[in-house]
Design a protein around this ligand. Sequence first.
Ligand SMILES: C=C(O[C@@H]1C=C(C(=O)O)C=C[C@H]1O)C(=O)O
Length: 193
Amino acid sequence: MATAATLALGPAGPATADTQRPAPARQSATAHGLASVTDLFAQRLLLADKVAAAKYGTDTPIDDPAREAQILADVRTRAAGLGLDPDAAAAVLQDQIEANKLVQRGLHARWDAHPGERPTERPDLAEEVRPALDRITTGLLAALAGTERTRAVPSCGPRLAVAAGWSAYTHRLDALHLEGLGRALPSVCAGSR
Ligand SMILES: C=C(O[C@@H]1C=C(C(=O)O)C=C[C@H]1O)C(=O)O
């Protein structure tokens, strides 16, 4: 599927209707589109609502260093298996973790200030929410592998900005989640590390 990002930044120049675009260029722009990465960032940030709800009003802290270390070690191993630089992949995941905690903190502050907005249900962190986060991590590693070349070119930054804007729009991110998305981006482009 062609996204606004791929249409705006595809290698064939100015955006043209899909039917007019040569097939190889369209395929290449789509396969390497950074929206595959930023869409997963947005999905992960939306899951922060469930994480925050699972923890709110309990003794479970927002920060869980042991779980973070486990995720990062696993990501390093799997990145190596995919031919990705383990440090680079771990840096991207570290940013997702920081972004997630930013949203969780924002939600807890909001719920403290506005009791009427507190969640009415407490999702199961271990059984429901963390498995969903783990599925996103698997998709993210594949998306990082699929965008390796795009993430290494000088135009990565502007492409990433367009992709992030598109993902924020399609996932209807509010101001807090948009702030989280900004925190999720710094390690994506190879030149930024
Ligand atoms: C999401 C959670 O909260 C925090 C954020 C994490 C993440 O983004 O993966 C992992 C551990 C916690 O520090 C969680 O506890 O599962």
